[in-house]
Design a protein around this ligand. Structure first.
Ligand SMILES: Nc1ncnc2c1ncn2[C@@H]1O[C@H](COP(=O)(O)OP(=O)(O)OP(=O)(O)O)[C@@H](O)[C@H]1O
Ligand SMILES: [Mg+2]
Length: 232
């Protein structure tokens, strides 16, 4: 089977600062993959390298079997890979609806529309004409996910979506991501929150100091083992 996303021995840098030294990750159709690791090990840099915001210095990145070099964020979205960035990045000055519409810019067809996102997260419908940044952290996270879905991705990459959210909100987030996965959207979840990793993930990769150092199935990791790989 052709992988949706494949990183093969990826090395990358910001300017002359080398950050990744050997990251190999594969995500197939319908996969639920967790990428875990402590603060600063390079998790976000994996995403940044995929979209060309960090410089690929060695190795290969393939979307649907096609080698990418160098790529940009819209290239990812056009290839069916959508990113929910760390910190959510809701665009200030735009309403909830306008933020969602930004996600549709690639024109990829599929089941997602503003209405479908409102169906998944009804609170966004209530807030549709208010500013996106005026909402709570959890609601903004829903908006960031909804915006990413608007490009009808085959693969959704989420970078620490639980950051700054109350535990009960993280639980709700887990349920909605689980539903998305059950409907067939592959998920690459970058996380440090145990509950969310377990609720969503099936396989995992562990990063340390810029490299993937371990991979396997989450079911075979005890909580003690999992704890060693995250900062919280
Ligand atoms: N734009 C940048 N320019 C230079 N160095 C950077 C840049 N962004 C990150 N770094 C460095 O790259 C390393 C990896 O950072 P990265 O943000 O990828 O880690 P992370 O695993 O996502 O951490 P966190 O869990 O805190 O989000 C860190 O040492 C960081 O200081
Ligand atoms: Mg990060």
């Amino acid at each position: 089977m052709t992988a949706l996303l494949e990183l093969e021995d990826v090395h990358s840098a910001y300017g002359s600062a080398r950050v990744l030294h050997g990251v190999s990750i594969r995500v197939d159709k319908g996969d639920r993959v967790a990428l875990i690791g402590r603060n600063g090990v390079g998790k976000t840099t994996v995403v940044n390298t995929c979209i060309g915001a960090a410089r690929l210095t060695r190795g290969q990145i393939r979307y649907m079997g096609r080698t990418q070099s160098p790529i940009r964020a819209y290239g990812a979205a056009r290839s069916g890979i959508s990113i929910v960035p760390q910190g959510r990045r809701i665009v200030p000055g735009l309403t909830v609806r306008e933020n969602l519409l930004l996600g549709a810019a690639t024109g990829r067809r599929g089941p997602w529309s503003v209405d479908a996102v409102f169906g998944m997260y009804p609170i966004l419908r209530e807030r549709a004409d208010g500013l996106g940044t005026a909402m709570s952290g959890g609601q903004q996270q829903m908006l960031a996910i909804g915006r990413a879905l608007m490009s009808n991705p085959d693969l959704l990459i989420l970078d620490e979506p639980s950051e700054g959210l109350a535990p009960v909100v993280v639980d709700e987030l887990g349920l909605s991501l689980r539903r998305l996965a059950d409907q067939g959207t592959a998920i690459l979840l970058i996380e440090q929150n145990f509950g969310l990793i377990r609720a969503v993930g099936d396989r995992h990769y562990v990063m340390s100091k810029g490299a993937v150092v371990e991979e396997g199935h989450l079911a075979s990791l005890t909580n003690e083992e999992l704890k060693k790989h995250v900062s919280v």
